[in-house]
Design a protein around this ligand. Structure first.
Ligand code: NAP
Length: 248
């Protein structure tokens, strides 16, 4: 559904109560008319606060907080049922919710939790929303990945982060890329556009608001560009950031 028509475009962004998710909602809400944006948050209270903080809205555009813990199947089912019953379809899903590390856990526990949240749960959320997305005229499925998920970069000693040890996170994003690639191949024939996006290094809660990270608003340009792209022959099966296409 193009934003030029009065037919609403339904967009769900997971983990959107802060950081890059919230920045994506803000940008879309301010610029895209007739969007209905579901602001996913595992805490409804935080999601509601975040939604209330968004004051700039294009004509006909609304932001609705929805409780969704990506690691909780009943939370996922409730969100899907609510949207299905009330709105009947979903046009865009951005799997954005993510974590980087969990201090205090054993290595096994941390590997399990980070990979579950960033990769397995993104797949489970996608599976659950697929029936509603198949009702869209222009379904777009996006994964907020990271250049840390590129195996090519990991092995490249010229990369600035070469040797950085964050096995749970790097592995989770490599897995997320494969999940996205599987969906790209399987859903492309049904008219889906499926892409993996890297925000670039941005100063957010994820990295303790690192002083070298760029501003979050610039980290969502690529995701938002793909969210609004309804071209049937448009970008599909790619892994890109604002600047370039990344190697897998
Ligand atoms: N920042 C960067 O430099 C960077 C670079 C590349 C990719 N990314 C990716 O961008 C995405 C967003 O990260 P960010 O930088 O914006 O970090 P952030 O500010 O920490 O935001 C992460 C979001 O994910 C949510 N979340 C975590 N676990 C969840 C769960 N089980 N269910 C639902 N929501 C959950 C958080 O909710 P709570 O508030 O409840 O914790 C929060 O809303 C992540 O996938 C990250 O890997 C970030």
């Amino acid at each position: 559904m193009g934003s030029s028509s009065n037919v609403p475009t339904f967009v769900f962004i997971t983990g959107a109560n802060k950081g890059l998710g919230l920045e994506s909602v803000k940008k879309l809400a301010a610029e895209q008319p007739n969007f209905h944006i579901f602001l996913g948050s595992r805490s409804l209270e935080k999601g509601t606060q975040a939604a209330n903080s968004i004051t700039a809205r294009a004509q006909g555009t609304t932001v609705e907080p929805i409780e969704l813990d990506v690691n909780d199947d009943s939370s996922i089912s409730e969100a899907v049922k609510y949207i299905g019953d009330k709105y009947g379809r979903l046009d865009v899903l951005l799997n954005n919710a993510g974590i980087m590390m969990i201090p205090g856990l054993s290595f096994r526990e941390e590997m399990t939790k980070v990979i579950e949240t960033n990769a397995i749960s993104a797949a489970c959320v996608t599976e659950a929303f697929l029936p509603l997305m198949k009702k869209s005229q222009a379904p777009r499925l996006l994964f907020m990945s990271s250049n840390f998920g590129s195996i090519t970069y990991c092995l490249d000693s010229t990369q600035p982060f070469y040797g950085y040890d964050a096995k749970p996170y790097f592995t989770s994003k490599a897995a997320m890329n494969m999940i996205g690639a599987q969906y790209a191949v399987q859903l492309g024939k049904d008219g889906f556009k499926v892409n993996m996006v890297d925000s670039g290094f941005r100063s957010t809660n994820l990295n303790g608001f690192h002083e070298l990270g760029g501003v979050p608003s610039e980290g969502v340009l690529e995701a938002c560009r793909l969210i609004v792209d309804t071209d049937k022959n448009g970008q599909h099966g790619t892994f890109t950031s604002n600047e370039k296409q990344h190697p897998w």
